[in-house]
Design a binder for this molecule. Sequence first.
Ligand code: ZN
Length: 247
Amino acid sequence: MDCHEVEGLLDAYQDRELEPALSVSVRLHVDVCAACRGRLANVEGIGRMIRRAPYYQAPEALRARLTQDRPRPRATSQLLVWAAAAVLVVSVTGSILFVRSSTRAARTADPVDAVAQEIVSSHVRALMGEHLFDVRSTDQHTVKPWCLGKLDFSPPVKDLVQAGFPLTGGRLDYVEGHPVAALVYTRGQHTINVFVWPEPSGAARSSDARAIRGFHLRHWTRAGMSYWAVSDVNDAELDQFVHALQP
Ligand SMILES: [Zn+2]
């Protein structure tokens, strides 16, 4: 065994990882070779240093957080879904905030807030081109009968072209698992989605305003119907729209 071979085995020799026969060969060489003895001393020195190096305990808080944040298997697959959604959203709206707040939405406890989050998600999905129209028409006399044929209620359909918010169509959508009417209005390049469903118990309520993920929302109930309007138009324009929509 020559110096070169021995040199390549010193680490394993020092760690007692060599086959007994190989280990003996290294031992015999080192006994007679000052250069390799020096190298072995070096390797042993490094080994001692490593063994003597202090181990730092992770602070309790950090340890707790690491344990907590470890994703459970189910959370992982959900993460993948969100990741896929993120790619879509980033390409369409250039915003990853959607995914982050959607995840937050899933945890929300307030039922009205949960509906609001769902409305915004629905609006975003529609804008992403998944499904904005079932019936594309600027004619309320076309949209209304279409809704009637698909739903067991008749949403009030009103063209607001005079007010600067032309009706462009409608579709069947789902909120909290129930079929709802989604009426689509436009303001310039902007889309306003109005979600309507019956809410017999709902007392007439004036507009509830909120903003989620950069979208403005208005919610009100009137004549046994629940309304949600959502858009990226500014607050003033959305108020103007809601005012125009109410008889
Ligand atoms: Zn040697």
